[in-house]
Write a protein that binds this ligand. Structure first.
Ligand code: PHE
Length: 448
């Protein structure tokens, strides 16, 4: 059996997990969802979703990972519940499939980093996006993004993932704060903040039934839950570490980055008096924001920095997605990590060719993951931890932490009863919006 790897420190784990959590979902999806769903009023709903649904669900994945100290596929058999292997396998498949299109969007970010330096998108941002988002350029950029991701994961848990996220995650913070300070000096900044944050409880009340599930869906996605990422990352964790404390830190940092991203995005859009897209996804962000960079003083530098932030966010998420299936093959078959990583990465690259050739297909991949696979996996894991292996779960949660049995008991009941209701509701509303509007409720990576 391959030797079990582990983080060198607790901070290493937190950076890696934050790196996974902070991604395109924080920087694209969150600000625009907030602005169009009632501003500060939406943030209240989002905070409730993240802390009351996302956080307990994150502990579910932690419990499985740290208890088994195994990859998500083999974890269940190791814990004595071989029949549940399907839950872990589905999670690994979700990661695998997600990376195929996440990497295409990562490729766009690479294109825009180059484009910021050369000014390629400054003239007509919308036309530029149309010309690079799919086709040969997108495919080449997808290949480069996958190659970087493969390179990091091949170097291993400490030598690759921990070492790079320790640089990327603080960089995201520093650069975003720098950008937030710079945009504060822009002429339209006030209007931008107003648009983003002014609380509109009327809007919230009118659309409560759709806004709440949207917030819950966003909470799972942004915390990387349902992909088995948090299972594998916590399997590399020491037994004396507190799962609730680490989880709390990860959730708080992830939320701060999301809120901060909005403080950067909207002043930029308002500074040029530009149109603010109703629902912002990757498409609108690459057109509306890129268009703004073309018109602002120092736009080239700001654009470059902004897309670097996005690159670090996307890359530190992509490596976590690749680590899930790689860890399974490495541990299960005792193969060499670098060979497995390259092979797996090439297969994922191939699976990413269709979405790189058409944004419609990309949206389709995204819908399958977000609407079906993610809620299904989260639900299975919750039933397992809350009902099937409850004793073991409660025991593991208290391991290394100072929380008392009342906390573990409350968590268990919450996970048994409340979290599943939230998931099922989100799932049903997602289906409904898919059928009625022909589109998704909130598609975090890609909203055309
Ligand atoms: N949390 C990431 C985001 O917000 C998405 C993601 C999910 C990344 C799962 C990795 C694994 O964009």
């Amino acid at each position: 059996m391959a030797e079990q790897e582990s983080w060198t420190s607790r901070i290493g784990f937190i950076f890696a997990a934050v790196g996974s959590a902070v991604g395109l979902g924080n920087i694209w999806s969150f600000p625009f969802q907030t602005a169009s769903n009632g501003g500060a009023a939406f943030i209240v709903v989002y905070l409730v979703a993240v802390f009351l649904i996302g956080f307990p669900a994150m502990l579910v994945e932690f419990v499985i990972g740290r208890r088994s100290e195994r990859n998500p596929v083999d974890a269940f058999a190791d814990l004595g519940y071989g029949g549940w292997t399907i839950a872990g396998a589905l999670g690994a498949f979700t990661s695998f499939a997600t990376l195929a299109f996440y990497s295409v969007v990562g490729g766009w970010v690479l294109i825009y980093i180059v484009g910021s330096a050369t000014g390629a998108y400054f003239g007509d941002a919308a036309a530029y996006f149309g010309s690079v988002a799919s086709g040969p350029t997108a495919l080449a950029a997808h290949a480069v993004f996958m190659a970087i991701t493969i390179g990091i994961v091949a170097l291993g848990v400490t030598g690759g993932i921990e070492r790079t996220t320790k640089v990327m995650v603080p960089s995201i913070f520093v650069l975003l704060i720098g950008l937030a300070i710079w945009v504060f000096t822009l002429p339209g900044a006030d209007a931008g903040y107003g648009y983003y944050l002014s609380p509109d409880f009327g809007e919230l009340a009118a659309n409560f039934a759709t806004i709440v599930p949207a917030a819950v869906g966003q909470a799972f996605f942004t915390l990387s839950l349902g992909f088995s990422v948090m299972i594998i990352y916590s399997s590399y964790l020491g037994r004396d570490d507190s799962l609730p404390a680490d989880g709390g830190a990860i959730v708080i940092i992830n939320t701060l980055v999301a809120i901060l991203a909005g403080l950067v995005v909207f002043p930029i859009l308002f500074a040029i008096g530009g149109e603010v897209p109703e629902a912002g996804g990757s498409g609108t962000a690459f057109t509306a924001l890129a268009g703004a960079f073309g018109q602002l003083p120092a736009g080239a530098i700001v654009g470059f920095v902004f897309f670097m932030v996005l690159l670090f966010a996307a890359l530190s998420s992509a490596i976590s997605l690749l680590e899930v299936p790689v860890s399974y093959v490495v541990q299960h078959y005792d193969y060499e990590r670098s060979a497995v990583t390259v092979t797996m990465g090439v297969v994922i690259f191939l699976l990413g060719i269709p979405p790189a050739m058409g944004t419609g297909i990309l949206g389709w991949y995204n819908d399958i993951v977000f609407q079906f696979l993610l809620p299904l996996v989260v639900l299975l894991l919750i039933v397992f931890v809350g009902w099937v292996a409850a004793d073991l779960s409660a025991d593991e949660l208290s391991q290394g932490s100072s929380v008392g049995s009342s906390f573990t008991g409350a968590w268990l009941w919450w996970v048994r009863l409340v979290v599943p209701i939230a998931i099922v509701l989100t799932f049903l509303l997602g289906i409904q919006s898919l059928l009625i509007k022909g589109g998704v409720l909130a598609s975090p990576v890609f909203l055309g």
